[in-house]
Write a protein that binds this ligand. Structure first.
Ligand SMILES: [Zn+2]
Ligand SMILES: [Zn+2]
Length: 276
């Protein structure tokens, strides 16, 4: 499997970072492509990750915070106009994702009609097949067997983390969460654990109430390291950085996690990837 941080950004706009989006390639010749979350601008990064909306075998959403969904409509439209007829876009996400998709398709209605009216060979509407999941559910996408775990991002509910198994390897995609029992179960003995993180030590020094509010429902870099160590993870991947680090600061972030966890720690620019 190949795990790529397509977008490592946060709600704060940054020209160098797309919003949160993690790509897993698995199966024969890594030909099965699935993205987890669809943050701002991730579609622009996809060609650099050798993928595209029309190639996606699935889109999986951790929760309905807008920074994880901003590019969803771009994926729907680009998939529709580039994939062959009869290729549905398959989506999994927490309860509420169906409502979100239904309303997005309503909003896209005029564009869909314009294109159908204009292109003789385009006779079908977007076919988005949505499955809502709850913790304890599992599903498959090609060779990937994916199980759903409760994560803890209150008051945002529901939130779901995904444990992806293929060819004897395990990747845990946590989304936004603080440490909790569900996160422990999700990450247990994972080969790769992908965690969205904030630098709590820095955020605490910024006297802006709306930034202080994020401290109680995101993992700090320390907490990500602690969860990785507690649960026997092999490689910890950090993403969704707040505040966005400059490349020369990556070593400092990694050192903070390394105080808690002695496995491999990976972070970096958009498109940073790991192969297992
Ligand atoms: Zn969130
Ligand atoms: Zn977020």
């Amino acid at each position: 499997m190949e795990i790529t941080l397509v977008g490592t950004g946060s709600p704060l706009p940054d020209p160098n970072r797309a919003g949160p989006c993690t790509l897993i390639k698995a199966g024969e010749d890594n030909g099965e492509h699935v993205v987890f979350d669809t943050g701002r601008g991730c579609v622009m990064r996809m060609p650099l990750a050798q993928t595209a909306p029309g190639f996606l075998a699935g889109v999986v959403i951790t929760h309905l915070h807008s920074d994880h969904l901003t590019a969803f409509n771009d994926i729907v439209t680009t998939h529709w106009i580039t994939a062959p007829e009869g290729t549905p876009l398959r989506v999994w996400g927490p309860v509420g994702i169906k409502h979100y998709v239904d309303h997005m398709l309503l909003a896209l209605g005029p564009d869909v009609q314009y294109r159908i009216d204009h292109h003789d060979d385009l006779t079908w509407e977007p076919d988005v097949q949505v499955t809502e999941v709850v913790p304890g559910d599992s599903f498959t996408i090609g060779s990937m067997s994916i199980s759903c775990f409760e994560t803890c991002h209150a008051p945002v509910e529901p939130t779901v983390g995904y444990r992806v198994e293929s060819a004897g390897k395990v990747v845990a995609i946590a989304g936004d969460t603080i440490p909790c029992d569900g996160l422990d179960a999700l990450t247990k003995d994972a080969d790769v654990y992908v965690q969205t993180v904030i630098r709590a030590d820095i955020v605490k020094t910024i006297p802006i109430a709306r930034l202080q509010d994020i401290l109680d429902y995101h993992s700090s870099v320390e907490q990500a390291g602690q969860v990785a160590a507690k649960n026997g993870v092999k490689t910890l991947m950090l993403t969704h950085y707040v505040p966005a680090p400059q490349p020369e600061q990556y070593d400092e972030w990694i050192a903070i996690a390394a105080n808690e966890f002695d496995g491999e720690i990976v972070m970096g620019d958009d498109l940073t990837s790991v192969t297992i």
